[in-house]
Design a protein around this ligand. Structure first.
Ligand SMILES: Cc1cc2nc3c(=O)[nH]c(=O)nc-3n(C[C@H](O)[C@H](O)[C@H](O)COP(=O)(O)OP(=O)(O)OC[C@H]3O[C@@H](n4cnc5c(N)ncnc54)[C@H](O)[C@@H]3O)c2cc1C
Length: 318
């Protein structure tokens, strides 16, 4: 079932959903399931699965020379989506990225997903390769999420890369895209960023999922700005509890977000990470309560491989 139908069927009730990461290469999928199992109590109608592109690794050869190769540390997004659907009988949303994919590889991944009965995709530019300063598209790939979106919209109309295919079955993907309450790091300003977000929605994106934020006001203002800009699809808030002191610097650097002064002040007073985790959970519960009160479609939790804090937050709310 499509994300957009889950949101409609909720009739204004806020849902509980989450995003998970595929396990590191070699890890057993049972570990992933044991992380998800407790969260099933809160009946998530769908789970997002991130996509992680390849990284460069260097191996020392005889004589001291370094050999460069690429590896994907967290493969398996498509397989995990199918496994979750099969195991829990709920929907999944694989993230599909431009980076590292040619148009044909994208098409083939989408064909796999279509055959597996996956009805949703979240379309993204994708992160740059870790050791590279900026995102570089494949020679025959997409640069922006909007270009990827065009390909999926065409497939939804039965138009594949080989436009002469006579029996091309239309896919039926519900399409989500990313939005940034605190602006994407490359955008010169929020207004320009919103221009491109609107382009994605006008081209066929049916909902938006936000980057994480710790200050609800940023989300509320973002939704207002989107509505003023003519973006009228559901805007799903993405949230995550703070779980360690190190995140006070890592999260702003990685995701280009601010952490509110009040939260930083309290976190700095904590004597260890266990105390920060308690603070983070309490903060996230308050954030969630306010978001639910405002009638957000779903609270979308970034689990980042840890379900325990999410469980404790959800237990207070759902
Ligand atoms: C909810 C969410 C989930 C994510 N999941 C993943 C994941 O699974 N894997 C992963 O690698 N990364 C993921 N990311 C990170 C994301 O890939 C990066 O933030 C990326 O840098 C931008 O992706 P986007 O789809 O928003 O890009 P785009 O929509 O392509 O925009 C990228 C930048 O280009 C600008 N822009 C857009 N279109 C144009 C245009 N036509 N001309 C000029 N400028 C333009 C935008 O304003 C923005 O600054 C996720 C982010 C979010 C918010």
């Amino acid at each position: 079932m499509k994300v957009i139908d889950h949101l409609r069927n909720a009739n204004g009730k806020t849902l509980f959903t989450l995003e998970i990461l595929p396990p590191l290469k070699g890890e057993n999928i049972k570990n992933l399931f044991s992380n998800i199992d407790p969260l099933m109590e809160f009946k998530p109608p769908f789970i997002d699965v991130t996509y992680h592109r390849e990284e460069y690794v260097y191996k020392k050869k005889d004589g001291g020379l370094l050999e460069k190769s690429t590896t994907r540390k967290r493969p398996g997004t498509v397989g995990i989506c199918a496994a979750i659907q099969n195991h829990y009988k709920i929907d999944t949303v694989p993230h599909i990225i431009c980076g590292g994919f040619s148009r044909e590889e994208t098409e083939n991944a989408l064909i796999d997903l279509h055959f597996l009965g996956v009805d949703n995709v979240l379309l993204l530019q994708g992160d740059a390769i870790k050791s590279e300063a900026k995102f570089v598209p494949e020679p025959d790939g997409h640069r922006y999420a909007s270009e990827l979106l065009e390909q999926v919209v065409k497939m939804n109309r039965g138009i594949y890369l080989d436009e002469e295919l006579e029996t091309a079955a239309p896919t039926g993907f519900c399409i989500g895209v990313a939005g940034y309450p605190e602006k994407h790091f490359n955008a010169p300003n929020l207004k320009t960023d919103l221009k491109y977000l609107k382009l994605k929605v006008d081209m066929g994106a049916q909902y938006v999922v936000t980057q994480m934020f710790f200050d609800n006001q940023k989300y509320f203002e973002f939704v207002d700005r989107c509505r003023e800009a003519g973006i009228h699809v559901p805007i799903i808030p993405g949230i995550k509890p703070l779980t360690g002191k190190g995140q006070l610097t890592i999260l702003p650097k990685t995701f280009n977000i601010d952490i509110p002064e009040a939260l930083v002040d309290e976190a700095e007073k904590c004597k260890d990470n266990a105390a920060v985790k308690e603070l983070g959970i309490a903060w996230c519960i308050e954030q969630s309560k306010e978001l639910i009160k405002k009638g957000v479609p779903t609270l979308h939790f970034y689990s980042m491989g840890k379900s325990d804090p999410i469980y404790r937050i959800a237990k207070e709310l759902f």
